[in-house]
Design a protein around this ligand. Structure first.
Ligand SMILES: [Zn+2]
Length: 80
């Protein structure tokens, strides 16, 4: 079920590390990178901190989470 309150709360939290973000700190990451035919649709973008955005760079989400074991479990706890 669509949870508007949870969605709004998550829009101020880095999707990868859970850090609370101020408006000016927010960056947006493509879950499926643009080079891999990812698009700008809402379902393909997440709010994240600059550090995670730089760390993830061009990796797709599964590769990034596999390489960052800690974030894999954190990501699961945040989103599921
Ligand atoms: Zn982060």
């Amino acid at each position: 079920m669509f949870d508007r309150a949870k969605l709004k709360r998550l829009s101020h939290i880095c999707a990868y590390c859970g850090k609370a973000l101020r408006e000016e700190e927010k960056t947006y990451d493509h879950i499926l990178p643009v080079y891999a035919n990812g698009n700008n649709a809402t379902y393909n973008t997440v709010v994240c901190c600059p550090e995670c955005n730089t760390r993830k760079a061009h990796l797709d989400i599964s590769t990034y989470l596999a390489l960052n074991y800690f974030y894999f479990f954190y990501f699961l706890s945040m989103h599921f």
